[in-house]
Design a protein around this ligand. Structure first.
Ligand SMILES: Nc1ncnc2c1ncn2[C@@H]1O[C@H](COP(=O)(O)OP(=O)(O)O)[C@@H](O)[C@H]1O
Ligand SMILES: [Mg+2]
Length: 325
């Protein structure tokens, strides 16, 4: 019943949520000006908005009253905005300012009920925690290495040797921090063996990627995540008996290419490397892979094999992340 390899449903418009327009092209700035201000906000004046941005930055960087006073003095002397002054004095990074702006404009704090329902979404639930901070640092690296202007558009596959290494957790939180920057972000669950993103986000999994790849008509299967602006998830749907065969079909590569024209960032969750060549095939279609290694667990040899397999694909290796928990 899964045998329709040459008639994939690639009407991408039909699988998008109803209100999904064109992705804002031009990278992840999400319509921000050169200094991180949302476009059009340049003349807003250094009043209410700047004060709360200042408070957010001070909180993110744990700045004391003296440091805040130094920034304010520098701001007065130069006429800069608070964030710019903090960067100029080395008291905050551009990423901190972007994050504070994203907070202010997109309200990434999760309401209490959602926090209980989705405890794994640490980037959303504890935006000032160590984990969220690490995710933003990794986001910065990816922005420089993969998602900058002039590079071919690529999706990033999150791969690792074993189950339990944290791919699903990491992919979900990476998608959250990318969406917080303001670019339209899609998380694709391509772990057709043990799909879990629908659980992490508490979304419907009746239909999804597996249906698209088998040529079934799956309207509106990309779901917008409630409470997280710019974030969309494509779940797996029915778990298929032939996962490797499905991702090897040309339909998967075509779908990824189409989705990259609709979203600024595409993050793809994959099955563990130990299950077979699925993750290598998926990474090849995505164009880039980020390898996750669970610190002090698993074998180095398995990691080396995974990286060696990736090297034989056209996928760019974006880096290796150690997951300590
Ligand atoms: N950095 C982390 N901090 C806290 N919990 C984590 C972290 N990484 C993974 N986990 C947890 O470990 C378990 C396995 O992670 P998961 O993402 O499902 O692994 P994989 O997708 O590689 O099989 C999950 O319960 C997940 O929430
Ligand atoms: Mg997983």
């Amino acid at each position: 019943m899964f045998m329709r390899p040459h008639s994939p449903n690639l009407d991408v418009e039909s699988i998008l949520p109803r209100d999904a327009g064109e992705a804002r092209r031009g990278g992840s700035g999400g319509g921000r000006g050169p200094n991180g201000q949302p476009e059009g906000a340049a003349d807003a004046g250094p009043t209410v908005a700047d004060r709360s941005i200042g408070a957010l930055i001070a909180q993110t960087r744990n700045l004391g009253p003296e440091q805040v006073e130094r920034i304010l003095r520098h701001q007065r002397e130069t006429g800069m905005r608070f964030g710019e002054a903090a960067i100029a004095l080395g008291l905050a990074s551009a990423d901190d300012v972007m994050f504070a702006l994203a907070q202010q404009f997109h309200y990434p704090y999760a309401p209490e009920e959602r926090r209980r329902a989705n405890p794994e979404l640490v980037a959303l639930n504890q935006p000032f925690g160590v984990q969220a901070e690490s995710m933003r640092a990794i986001r910065s690296q990816l922005m420089m290495r993969l998602f900058n202007e002039g590079q071919p558009r690529r999706a990033v596959a999150i791969v690792s040797p074993d189950s339990g290494d944290g791919k699903t957790f990491f992919a979900a939180n990476l998608a959250v921090v990318l969406a917080q920057l303001g670019g339209r972000t899609l998380l694709v669950d391509a772990d057709l063996r043990h799909p879990r993103q629908h659980e992490v986000f508490g979304i419907d999994n009746a239909a999804g990627l597996s249906g698209i790849l088998t040529g079934r008509t799956e309207a509106r299967v990309i779901q917008q995540v409630a409470g997280v602006p710019n974030l969309f998830v494509l779940p797996v749907g029915v778990t298929p008996p032939n996962p490797l065969e499905l991702v090897e079909r040309p339909a998967f590569g075509l779908l990824m290419r189409e989705l990259l024209t609709k979203f600024d960032h595409v993050v793809v969750d994959t099955p563990a490397g130990c299950y077979g060549s699925d993750s290598g095939v998926i990474a090849a279609r995505c164009g880039a892979a980020l390898v996750l290694a669970r610190k002090d667990k698993g074998r180095i040899a398995a990691l080396q094999d995974l990286v060696a397999n990736l090297a034989e694909t056209p996928a760019v290796l974006a880096g290796v992340v150690y997951n300590e928990f």
